[in-house]
Write a protein that binds this ligand. Structure first.
Ligand code: ZN
Length: 435
């Protein structure tokens, strides 16, 4: 039964990731799944009227989304149980005036977003996706998403035979070595606007209707399970769409009459420091929690009491031990794939492991028999950070950082454990259940 459950859960996660070539797509796909669960969209510019049991979601700037089920108790006594994660992932994004011709090729000028392992983008089948603003006579109207699900782009490597130093690996230069080739063509071919034409065709509009666009390159290879016993999952963007998916599944499986408000807060732009209006440094989550109090007619003090009564799990990918580089890990902390959720610890608070939140997480794990692991970095290397410390600092909410173990984080293809998604969903569901 376990195996069957883990497989169906992992394939639902793979489908979620495959449908999400950009953070905006991940947000829209999330919204569709929430709608199917009976959640209704609220807009920040409207007045909100919320009652216990109401299920709603809010999208900010296309790529950040917060969903909540209002608790049965008043917010100041019931508090909030929150799951935080992020919708974005490292990659390549098209520059303005991005299409050019060089040596008979049509190419795309790209910027690097976040910190991808760059060489993993070479020789991959790459598609394009993004959003466009359309309108008539230059007056902006709808925002539309598009996805070119064909290998229209490729970043070619250099054969060793013609390298200046034949035996040495090339040190990749971001400006020079990453423009994908889009086809063959000279300057004249550019006048045909080949890229905009393809985007317009995908979106079902005329080229002239496109007022602006943001375009990202993505890896086309769909996710899959693998390994001798199907114990692995191979996919792009496991960091951190796997956590977004786990948060949603927890919301789905949790009781609908809990005393506390259940919230999933999926922020954008974690990979570049979270400093945007839909990132974890913004007031997005504060605003939703405060309006929850206002809508149920509470005084301002209730907002502060609600924060003090809340608990946050900040869920983001963790580093499993890589057998080929095991010396990069702290020798007594070796998270394993399929070993269960990993609590992240850092003395310098790059990760948050607040005492009560950590104890609550342990109690949740014990209740659902989810194994737990711990990550701490070697003392002589730095470590990443995530939305936990930021949200906790900003709001004063007790928080703990946790995540599923993975290999090759920030590669164009990451590796996870099939069982871990199920373990994480059980843990998070208990966070939304436990009194
Ligand atoms: Zn992450």
């Amino acid at each position: 039964m376990e195996q069957q459950d883990a497989q169906s859960v992992i394939w639902d996660m793979i489908n979620y990731i495959d449908a999400s070539p950009t953070a905006t797509h991940a947000t829209v796909e999330m919204a569709q799944r929430l709608e199917a669960m009976g959640f209704k969209r609220l807009n920040e510019e409207d007045a909100w009227d919320l009652k216990p049991g109401d299920c709603f979601y809010v999208i900010r700037n296309y790529a950040g989304i917060i969903a909540a089920r209002v608790g049965a108790e008043p917010p100041e006594t019931g508090g909030c149980r929150i799951i935080g994660a992020h919708t974005d992932f490292p990659g390549l994004r098209l520059k303005p005036n991005g299409v050019y011709s060089k040596n008979g090729y049509l190419q795309l000028g790209v910027e690097v977003y976040g910190g991808p392992i760059l060489h993993t983008w070479l020789n991959r089948d790459l598609g394009l996706a993004g959003r466009i603003v359309v309108g008539e006579d230059g007056v902006p109207g709808d925002v539309m998403l598009f996805e070119i699900n064909r290998p229209v782009c490729h970043i070619p490597n250099l054969a060793p035979h013609i390298r200046v130093k034949r035996t040495e690996e090339i040190k990749l230069n971001r400006q020079d070595h990453f423009p994908p080739i889009l086809g063959l063509g000279d300057k004249q071919a550019l006048e045909e606007k080949p890229l905009l034409k393809a985007v317009a065709a995908e979106a079902g509009v005329d080229v002239d209707e496109i007022i602006s666009c943001s375009i990202e390159v993505f890896d086309l290879q769909p996710g899959t399970t693998g390994g001798m016993n199907e114990e692995f999952v191979f996919s792009r963007s496991l960091d951190n769409l796997s956590s977004c998916h786990a948060g949603l599944e927890a919301l789905k499986g949790a009781p609908t009459d809990a005393p506390f408000t259940q919230i999933i807060a999926l922020f954008d732009n974690e990979e570049i420091g979270s400093g945007t209006m839909q990132g974890a440094q913004s007031g997005f989550l504060d605003s939703v929690i405060e309006r929850l109090c206002i809508a149920t007619d509470r005084p301002r003090e209730a907002f502060h009491r609600t924060l003090a009564n809340s608990l946050l799990f900040s869920v983001d990918g963790a580093h499993a031990v890589n057998p080929n580089y095991s010396s990069s890990h702290e020798p007594r902390h070796h998270p394993m794939l399929n070993g269960g959720p990993v609590v992240k610890v850092n003395a310098n608070e790059r990760y948050t492991t607040q005492l009560e939140a950590h104890a609550h997480l342990k109690a949740c794990a014990a209740a659902v028999e989810a194994p737990l692991q711990t990550f701490v970095a070697r003392t002589d290397v730095g470590t990443g950070s995530t939305i936990g410390p930021m949200t906790s600092t900003r709001l004063g909410i007790r928080s703990v950082d946790v995540g599923s173990p993975m290999l090759s984080m920030h590669s164009s293809r990451e590796v996870g454990g099939v069982e871990d998604q199920l373990h994480m969903i059980r843990l998070l569901t208990e966070h939304f259940t436990r009194l």
